[in-house]
Ligand binder design. Structure first.
Ligand code: GLV
Length: 393
């Protein structure tokens, strides 16, 4: 077993162990992938201020996210088809999150269903909700989340239609994979993945198949998003979903202060500044650049979290110091899951926790709750030449 010291090590193993189709699904942005790349590279423009001779004994990364106690303010983001990265992947990721003491958010587009994850965990998880045209389905989804004791609903508002990821089309992405000469040749070199998949019955979209009527090809994410997703979604409709769900509500996919204000108006308890990991609007600003103006607009009214581009504890610390109250990781834990199953997710969390803890200490802070902008050197106009436009709410 190689010595694993960083998220990149997990990614290398992941690439070897998981079929290309699912590696590419995870590791893609839309169109030219500019936003996908900049989500990560923009973190490099922010620097820490090193402090020395500061007592760094007795540190703590504990805090709360949406009132829940967490061992560090890092949640596992909803990732579609996680159960294709590793058999029973959602259950394994949720178990790792529970043991580590951080929130797990299940995607509507999961392979394991809400009920599967609830039956295998005891910490309440969050459910990410895609907005379909079918009101009955939506009501049932919220009812199922309630029944499963989900502690928050996360409504994604940036995917009424799917941004094109070229590789998914070229690979013929589906769950389960269709057996063609190309996929069979690829699967032949990923035998442990294949054996694992044969050992489970969970190989289809668990929250869709049997729950949504009349989908032409239920194995194709592209097909059923095009058929069933609500392109007319607006804030009035989101208000309706707010009424269907009486627990804590998080709105995910906010990049503009004006939309942040709308989310506050519909009664969100938290928002996630996110461009969907660069998978939707190619050419959008990175999330870390969009964070500041959103915080200025609504930071005193709701919890503001961030996702997209986070690959290290240093990235987490930078987002927290910029003012985010929570950070979500997606690909960083999927690399671990694909590499080593539940142990790999735990490994990813351990790596990020250690990086966060040590970097925080070297910035002269002992508690994550004391981290603020003072530990950073942020280039002037970090939100770019667009600062004034963005702030023009
Ligand atoms: C689904 O959320 C995706 O980005 O593919």
């Amino acid at each position: 077993m190689p010595v694993i010291t960083e998220i990149e090590d997990l990614k290398r193993l992941y690439k070897r162990r998981v079929p290309k189709m699912f590696y590419d699904y995870c590791e893609s942005g839309s169109w030219s992938e500019q936003t996908f790349r900049e989500n990560s590279s923009d973190f490099d423009e922010i620097y820490f201020r090193q402090r020395v001779a500061v007592d760094m004994a007795n540190r703590s990364t504990k805090t709360t996210m949406l009132g829940e106690e967490v061992s560090m303010p890092v949640a596992l983001a909803p990732v579609g088809m996680t159960g294709m990265q590793h058999w029973d992947g959602e259950i394994k990721a949720a178990k790792a999150a529970e043991k580590f003491g951080v929130p797990y958010c299940l995607s509507t587009m999961s392979i394991c269903s809400i009920e599967d994850v609830a039956a295998n965990t005891s910490r309440p998880f969050w459910l990410q909700v895609y907005t379909l045209t079918d009101d009955d389905y939506m009501q049932r989804l919220f009812d199922r989340a309630k029944e499963a004791k989900c502690s928050a609903a996360v409504i994604t508002v940036d995917l009424q239609l799917l941004g094109q990821r070229h590789k998914d089309l070229k690979n013929g992405l589906s769950a389960p994979p269709k057996l063609t000469p190309k996929t069979l040749a690829d699967l032949a070199t990923r035998w442990s993945w294949g054996l694992g998949m044969l050992s489970t019955k969970r190989r289809q979209f668990g929250n869709i198949v049997g729950h949504v009527a009349d989908v032409d090809d239920p194995s194709s994410l592209m097909a059923w998003t095009a058929e069933k997703f609500d392109q007319s979604l607006d804030w009035d409709r989101i208000r309706k979903f707010r009424d269907m769900w009486n627990g804590p509500l998080i709105i995910k996919g906010i990049m503009d202060p004006r939309d942040a204000q709308e989310a506050v108006n519909v009664g969100a308890d938290a928002i996630i500044v996110s461009n969907h990991g660069g998978r939707q609007l190619d050419g959008a600003l990175s999330s870390i650049r969009a964070l500041g103006p959103v915080l200025e607009a609504v930071g005193d009214k709701v919890e503001v979290h961030l996702d997209s581009g986070v690959r290290s504890g240093q990235d987490v610390l930078k987002a927290l110091a910029m003012g985010a109250q929570g950070v979500h990781i997606g690909r960083a834990y999927i690399y671990g899951l694909g590499a080593m199953g539940q142990a790999g997710v735990t490994k990813a969390l351990e790596i990020i926790h250690k990086e966060l803890d040590v970097s925080m200490a070297l910035c002269g802070r002992r508690r994550v709750t004391d981290v603020d902008r003072d530990i950073l050197l942020v280039p002037e106009g970090f939100s770019g030449r667009w600062d004034d436009q963005l702030r023009n709410v």
